[in-house]
Structure formats: structure tokens, C-alpha cells
Design a binder for this molecule. Structure first.
Ligand SMILES: [Zn+2]
Length: 404
């Protein structure tokens, strides 16, 4: 069974002491010196940057592997800048503002504590919480690196995951008020109207602030913004976990649509009211995708991200006959197909269409993979779906709407 290396990050809070805060500042200073050296010599590769800066960093007092980490961080920043310049995007002189420490060396995890050397033979220990320990308890898991900020520690963990051999596809349609997932055989709808409600409440609270000082308004609003983020993320995590688990149980690859440029739809002067624009722009459509993708990777499940061209018309085409669907004011979220003479929920239409487009993509990619195999003895098959086991049902869909 082929396997892939899945990566995820587990994060928890901790209380720093002065030594740690000093170390974070040193790391930041080293990163900035490296960036300076890189800019002065037009160097951005890790190797060249190490050669140039290693001696210049001798003055900083900290374990030498943190210097390596800082050089690699600077190389990353410089590479990102170079990429932006190549794409002709406006760039500023890079500078690391936030104190932090990232390293893949020197740390130890033992007896429920994470300890890292802070120089001079001393170490700093952080007691890991229940959630972190639960994740680390997996024996196949390896902790690769850590990132420390003044309040949080993030551990990057990897695991070899066996691929799930998928036998079908499930489309995931993202909406403001729900996530709909499935195909012709089974559709599940996960209610997210609570998240929309939370967003609306937060907006009404923050818009009621009357203090005539933008800084204070900003400070209070950001407190409510954080609260909103935490609450909606919690709801989303719950739903995406269920979607991925369900897909794994049914051995279905998940198909997501490309929604790049969705923000352009809700700009000023395009006819929408400002409150509607506010609602749509407050919607975290990308977060659901991020969660589904990393959770699926962790389970060994394939995720197909369709291009915009492949996604065209998924919400207005009848999945049974391909006819363009009609909407009606009375049937709020339903669409009419004149040739099937049927009303169908628009989220269901979108999810089924996505699943079908996913299969289409797979059929095409399979053809390419066979061709590639002839030329290349070690092909990389882009999808891990067994097409021989795909059967194309046309029968009426069974639906389970999960609302809670
Ligand atoms: Zn039809």
C-alpha cells in the first residue's frame, strides 16, 4: 500500500520567562542581520547565506543551531520576496518584527515536558497539555521542529499515512450557512448558520461603538474579532472533521471548487448593499478548505481541487440532464429543471456537480498517468482512486440532512 508523509502542527500556550523572551529577541535580531547580509550581497539561497553570514553572527550569544535556524528563516523570507518581485508585486524591504524562535535541533520531549537549551548549559521546560500529549501519544508520529512565540509553542509533527484507496468522489459545496458534501448516492448537509449568526452579532456589537478614537475602537473591536474567530473556528473544525471521517468511511475522495477571486464579487459599486457585502466578506470560506485539506491528508484521503474552468456552471446545471436550471422567488434556495420537471436544492445541485466534475478530472488524469508510465518507469499518479471500482449511479439520491 503506498503511503505519504502527512504534516500537521499542534499548538498550545505557555508562560515564558525572561531568558526565553531574550532568546526570542536574539533570534529575531539574527534573522534581521541575515536578511541585511542577503540583501547586500544579493544572496537568497540557504547555502550562500550560510557561507556569508555564519562568521558575522559570532557576536550573538545563543546555541549555534538556533543561528542555523535563523539563517534558514532569513532565506525563506528572502526567497518569498524574490518571488513577489518576479511576479511584479510591490515589495518592501523585508524585516522580521515578531520575536520568535524556530528550530529543528536541540529540543527534547520527555515525561510530558518539552525542553529546549537556552545557552550556557541551561534548559527551559514547558509542560505539555492534555491535547498536545494526546496527539503525541501516536507511536508512528515524529516531532520534526518547533516554533516558539512569546505566548505559544507549535510543534510540527509528521506521520507516514497509508493512502485510502478511494472508490468514488464526494463534492463539497461551501456556503455561508452550510457545508454540503456528497454525490448522487448520498448527500449530507452540515449546518453553519450558527457561525453566520455569531458573525452578525459581532458586527452589530462593534458597529455600536461610539468612542471618538479610532485606536480605542480598534482595540475593543479586535477583542470581539478574536472571540468571533475562536467560536466560528470551533464550529468549522467540528464539521470538517465529520466530513473527512465520513468520506474516509465511504472511501470517497473529496472534491473542492476553486473560489479564488470570490472577494471580487463583493466589492463596492457592484450593486450589493454594504451590509450584504459585510456579511459575505466576513465569511471564512478559505478556512473550511484549509481544514478539510490538512485533515484529509492526515487520514491519507485524496482531495481534488478543481480549477475555475472545471467549476464553471456547477451551481446552475442540472446534474441529471445538464439543462440550465431556473430560480424562482417563491422557492427560496431551490432550482427548477424544465426537462426533469423537478425542484432541487441548490447546494445539493452544486455538490453533485462537483463530484461529477471530480470524476471527469480523474478519468483525464488517469489517461495522462498511463501515458506517463510508458515514458517514465516511476510515474507519479496524481490521484489514488481506483477507476475500475467507480460505478456511475443514476438512481435517485438518498439524502441525510444533518442539522444541529
Ligand atoms: Zn434535469
Amino acid at each position: 500500500m503506498p503511503s505519504v508523509l502527512a504534516i500537521k502542527v499542534v499548538r498550545q500556550n505557555y508562560a515564558p520567562n525572561n531568558d526565553i523572551l531574550g532568546l526570542l529577541q536574539t533570534f529575531r535580531a539574527i534573522t534581521n542581520s541575515c536578511i541585511e547580509i542577503g540583501l547586500a550581497n544579493d544572496a537568497w539561497s540557504l547555502r550562500r547565506l550560510s557561507e556569508l553570514s555564519y562568521k558575522a553572527l559570532a557576536g550573538y550569544r545563543c546555541p549555534s543551531y538556533y543561528k542555523l535556524g535563523a539563517i534558514s528563516r532569513a532565506a525563506g523570507i528572502l526567497a518569498a520576496r524574490k518571488k513577489s518581485m518576479r511576479r511584479r508585486m510591490p515589495t518592501r524591504t523585508p524585516y522580521s518584527f515578531k520575536p520568535q524562535l524556530a528550530s529543528c535541533y536541540g529540543f527534547k520531549i520527555k515525561d510530558k515536558t518539552f525542553s529546549l537549551p537556552i545557552g550556557g548549559g541551561r534548559t527551559f521546560s514547558i509542560l505539555l497539555n492534555r491535547h498536545t500529549l494526546e496527539i503525541l501519544s501516536d507511536e508512528n508520529l515524529r516531532v520534526k521542529s518547533f516554533v516558539l512565540t512569546p505566548s505559544t509553542i507549535s510543534l510540527c509533527v509528521t506521520k507516514e499515512v497509508a493512502n485510502v484507496e478511494c472508490i468514488d468522489m464526494a463534492g463539497v459545496d461551501r456556503n455561508l450557512r452550510n457545508l454540503t458534501c456528497g454525490n448522487e448516492r448520498c448527500i449530507s448537509r452540515y449546518d453553519l448558520s450558527k457561525a453566520a449568526e455569531i458573525a452578525a452579532t459581532t458586527t452589530s456589537i462593534t458597529s455600536s461603538f461610539k468612542r471618538n478614537d479610532a485606536r480605542i475602537r480598534h482595540k475593543i473591536a479586535s477583542k470581539y474579532g478574536k472571540r468571533r474567530r475562536d467560536r466560528t473556528n470551533q464550529l468549522l473544525h467540528n464539521v470538517t472533521k465529520r466530513i473527512v471521517n465520513e468520506a474516509k468511511r465511504r472511501r470517497e475522495a473529496l472534491v473542492l471548487e476553486n473560489i479564488t477571486g470570490i472577494r471580487k464579487l463583493f466589492r463596492r459599486h457592484n450593486g450589493a448593499t454594504s451590509s450584504f457585502r459585510g456579511t459575505m466578506n466576513g465569511w471564512k470560506f478559505r478556512e473550511a478548505q484549509r481544514q478539510i485539506e490538512y485533515k484529509a491528508a492526515w487520514q491519507g484521503l485524496s482531495v481534488i481541487r478543481l480549477t475555475r474552468k472545471e467549476t464553471r456552471g456547477t451551481s446552475i446545471t442540472c446534474p441529471r440532464c445538464g439543462e440550465r436550471l431556473q430560480s424562482d422567488r417563491e422557492h427560496h434556495r431551490e432550482l427548477w429543471c424544465s426537462s426533469c420537471e423537478k425542484w432541487t436544492d441548490r447546494d445539493v445541485v452544486a455538490a453533485i456537480n462537483l463530484a461529477q466534475r471530480g470524476r471527469l478530472r480523474f478519468d483525464r488524469s488517469k489517461g495522462e498517468a498511463i501515458e506517463a508510465m510508458k515514458r517514465n518507469p516511476t510515474p507519479t499518479v496524481p490521484l489514488r482512486v481506483d477507476a475500475s471500482k467507480l460505478d456511475r449511479p443514476t438512481a435517485e439520491t438518498s439524502r441525510t440532512f444533518i442539522d444541529d
